[in-house]
Design a binder for this molecule. Structure first.
Ligand code: GCU
Ligand code: CA
Length: 137
């Protein structure tokens, strides 16, 4: 099952402004983080059981330079992916990341590590394994 977490919808947090001036976003807008290291976007995600989850971050980076951001799960950095140039602020791309989640609530934070800050962030999709075929949900 996949659950979408819009960057502009509480309890998501955007250290910046919620904008809608470039088309192609999902929901009502996207997070335009302040251009600074540490200006994060955070999502609260629920997992039915502890285990592996697939994250898909939808983003746009209209500059020529990739923007790295630490990926923190429940406060710990698990990797630091870089969000490449997408060619325009209205061109959105999806970055797929694999993490381990706890059962219940988890925080997922994208924390930029350079002064450029984050790309614009549209949403985080979280896919967790469903019940095995034939078993009750
Ligand atoms: C531009 C663009 C913003 C973007 C920003 C950035 O100002 O309009 O949407 O967030 O560049 O470089 O982060
Ligand atoms: Ca920005």
């Amino acid at each position: 099952a996949t659950t979408r977490h819009e960057a502009e919808t509480s309890p998501s947090v955007c250290t910046g402004s919620l904008d809608s001036n470039y088309p192609g976003f999902s929901g009502s807008g996207f997070c335009n983080g302040v251009n600074a290291a540490g200006a994060y976007a955070q999502f609260t995600v629920n997992a039915p059981a502890a285990g592996t989850a697939t994250l898909r971050v939808r983003f746009a980076n209209g500059t020529a330079t990739a923007r790295p951001a630490a990926l923190l799960v429940n406060g710990s950095t698990v990797q630091t992916p870089s969000y490449e140039a997408t060619g325009a602020w209205s061109t959105w791309a999806t970055k797929t990341l694999t993490v381990q989640l706890n059962a219940g609530g988890n925080t997922v934070r994208l924390n930029p590590t350079t002064a450029a800050g984050l790309p614009n962030v549209d949403y985080l999709d979280v896919e967790v394994a469903g019940p095995a075929a034939g078993l009750p949900s």
